[in-house]
Design a protein around this ligand. Structure first.
Ligand code: ADP
Ligand code: ZN
Length: 707
């Protein structure tokens, strides 16, 4: 059977070899056994049921919780020449009836549907009359009440065991912990399932955590090496999301906001654009998460600290699903610690729950202050042992310096104590440094014995020390919410001189720049032109087929084309990701681009497409000109054209004060009938409004009134 599976892998999917446990899983399910699959994001779970579905007779039924994911999978299968459909509530009764008919005739191989739909008695009865190849239950952790993705409908999937005793079932999840695993087995009646556990390491992700100084500036520094890459930036609050998205766009990085406060349609629209367009940055709260199947997210950046390692792992895990190099970057500071500790203190819930949450936060903080390999620490938290330091995280690459902070830590704790355990870090540092300011004087703190004892360290070093004291639980944050520090019980041994304290030395941002991470450059500069040409062709095809670009070919496949330079269709067929159907459909076109016989490098149509994208993302004409490397005048001309075709609204294209816009519109509409040419109106605005702007306004009027 493995032979046959191998053939399907190559012919249909275009891949040469199974990854990790895939082969064993496919063999198990293909021969009718049940399986429980735990595999990290990007591990290749889909193939684990798609290949057995093709190996076995009958209809494969796939349960998935999100419509967007189903549509994506169906589109992908469709491109591979596999007949798949998704049944969802957006279909009309007629369409549904038609699908049922095609299923009965055996024309459909894979059926995707939501759990609540599957367990409807009519649906179950319908399926019982058919031959079923297998049931695949994706995101199986949704059955667990412990997890944060609990979906009550999943509980009812347990009845499949009884109703379809001879149909193999495969449950899949990227959630690792033991408790969830046992709950899946129990609730889905998978007692006989063979368990396949993969390593949860994501080797292609480079982890870096930096002390937060000037977060926006630090983020821009990080992004500067990643121009044109798609990524996600997580922030805590909605307001921060909105502000940051606007700021990044202004700085020439097209970005969209995403949070629960936006209207549903706008959120859906932003998500869709993130999936379909290349190089957009999504600035989001954690509301943006599940259902992000975009494989070529090149980075995930955190400007605020997640509240647990589970959350951190899941959020960073959205980077690099395609296996290509990706970055997880985070800026973290004392304020994050204070904020999360206070949230926890003020949260509802019983003491036991709070203790669990506190424990989770402590583990997150420990990762931030970790002095050894970050990946080893992260995996250890999930009970997985990585035998050696990974060599692919900031600590491994840059090295970490530690220093004996015993004495300064005692001074710091003493400053907290002597000033009455109520002041924040700013004031405490002033006291230690002996700064004779109004607040110090007003409180009489210049008379404290600790006043001025800390001049050996800089302000930054003191702040770093206080942050680490709080992170390690040696000092506590007050409950009232003013950020004052108190001593905690665990600091006593240190105060009594019974233990010493070794702390991390923060890399100052003024220090020489640390080695840049691996992901920053997927393609070398001399390859860029061909790379862009390949991407342009892909985008064109994606638009023609109404699918996201990665459904045509993933980045890894394009990259392999770029590197191996296939000279014939036969060469092309050997590239990973080029199956029979795609070879037939697209092989020739990509070959021609590679051979340079066609010029797809930024055809006028592409330039227009990109321009519309950037304008919609909120860029000004000047920024667009810079981004597209063409003249501002040219940009205005194209903007006017796009406005005329109603691809853009005037507001999207230009940022004009309302009264000025009104004045210009009136000038155009002054006469009867036809709109006057720009030349007639221009003298009225000479010196005030560039002529190009007038062209845009005129185009908008023309479109509006179809003049
Ligand atoms: P998951 O659902 O586990 O996050 P996917 O099934 O979406 O992962 O697979 C992630 C990516 O890896 C996809 O682009 C998929 O086509 C690719 N992939 C999966 N298995 C293989 C394989 N054996 N060889 C090459 N690429 C693979
Ligand atoms: Zn490491």
């Amino acid at each position: 059977m493995l032979d046959q599976a191998q053939r399907i892998l190559k012919d249909v999917f275009g891949y040469d070899a199974f990854r990790g446990n895939q082969g064993a899983i496919i063999e198990r399910v293909g021969s009718g056994g049940d399986a429980l699959v735990l595999m990290p994001t990007g591990g290749g779970k889909s193939l684990c049921y798609q290949v057995p579905a093709l190996l076995r007779e009958g209809l494969a039924v796939v349960v998935s919780p999100l419509i967007a994911l189903m549509d994506d999978q169906v589109a992908t299968l469709d491109e591979l020449g596999v007949s798949a459909v998704a049944l969802n509530s957006t279909l009309s009764t007629d369409e549904q009836r038609d699908i049922a008919e095609r299923i009965r005739r055996g024309e459909i191989k894979m059926l995707y549907l939501a759990p609540e739909r599957l367990v409807q008695p009519r649906m179950l009865a319908f399926l019982q009359r058919l031959e079923i190849a297998l049931f695949a239950i994706d995101e199986a952790h949704c059955v667990s009440q412990w997890g944060h993705d609990f979906r009550p409908e999943y509980m009812q999937l347990g009845q499949l065991a009884e109703l379809f005793p001879n149909v193999p079932r495969i449950a899949l999840t990227a959630t690792a912990d033991k408790r969830t695993r046992e709950e899946i087995v129990q609730r889905l009646h998978l007692e006989n399932a063979e368990r396949f556990l993969s390593s949860f390491d994501r080797p292609n992700i480079f982890y870096r955590i930096v002390p937060k100084e000037q977060p926006r500036k630090q983020l821009l520094g990080f992004l500067a090496e990643r121009r044109g890459d798609a990524g996600i930036v997580y922030c805590m609050s909605r307001k921060k999301v909105d502000d940051l998205a606007a700021f990044l766009t202004e700085q020439g990085f097209p970005a969209l906001p995403y949070h629960a406060g936006l209207p549903n349609e706008l959120r859906a629209y932003h998500q869709k654009r993130f999936l379909n367009e290349e190089g957009l940055i999504m600035v989001a709260t954690i509301a943006f998460g599940m259902g992000i199947d975009k494989p070529n997210v090149r980075f995930v950046a955190h400007l605020d600290l997640p509240k647990s390692l589970e959350a951190y792992y899941q959020e960073t895990g959205r980077a690099g699903r395609d296996g290509l190099p990706a970055d997880a970057w985070m800026a973290y500071g004392l304020q994050d610690v204070i904020f999360l500790k206070q949230m926890l203190n003020n949260s509802e819930g019983d003491e036991r729950h709070k203790r669990v949450e506190q424990h989770k936060l402590d583990a997150m903080l420990a990762l931030c202050e970790e002095t050894r390999c970050r990946r080893q620490a992260l995996l250890a938290y999930f009970d997985e042992e990585l035998p050696r330091p990974c060599g692919h995280c900031d600590n491994c690459v840059d090295g970490v310096q530690t220093w004996d902070a015993t004495e300064p830590a005692r001074q710091a704790l003493s400053a907290i104590y002597r000033s009455g355990q109520r002041y924040g870090v700013g004031h405490l540092v002033d006291v230690l440094l002996g700064r004779d300011n109004d607040k110090v004087r007003g409180l009489g703190h210049q008379h404290l014995s600790v006043f001025g004892v800390g001049k050996a360290l800089s302000e930054g070093e003191w702040r770093s020390l206080f942050r680490q004291l709080v992170a390690r639980g040696l000092a506590d944050v007050d409950l009232e919410g003013f950020g004052g520090l108190r001593l905690s019980d665990s600091c006593r041994p240190l105060l009594r001189g019974e233990v010493t304290l070794e702390l991390r030395r923060d890399l100052s941002s003024k220090a020489p720049k640390p080695a840049s991470s691996a992901a920053s450059q997927l393609v070398r500069s001399e390859e860029r032109e061909t790379w862009e040409a390949l991407r342009t062709l892909r985008r064109k095809l994606a638009e023609e087929h109404s699918v996201p670009p990665y459904v045509i070919f993933p980045d890894a496949t394009l990259l392999e084309m770029l590197r191996s330079q296939p000279a014939s269709l036969a060469d092309m067929a050997r590239i990973s990701g080029v199956g029979a159907r795609k070879l037939e459909r697209y092989g020739q076109a990509f070959l021609e681009v590679l051979q340079g016989t066609v010029e797809v490098v930024r055809s006028p149509a592409d330039l227009r497409h990109e321009l519309v994208t950037l304008a919609r993302a909120g860029m000004t004409p000047a920024q667009i000109a810079r981004q597209l490397d063409c003249s501002e005048k040219n940009v205005y001309t194209l903007l006017a054209e796009a406005i005329g075709k109603q691809q853009l609204s005037l507001e999207q294209a230009l940022d004009l004060p309302e009264d000025l816009l009104g004045e210009i519109q009136e000038a155009f509409l002054d006469g009867e009938g036809e709109l006057p040419p720009v030349g007639d109106v221009a003298p009225l605005f000479a010196g005030r409004v560039p002529e190009q702007v007038l062209y845009c306004v005129r185009a908008a009027l023309q479109a509006e009134f179809e003049l």
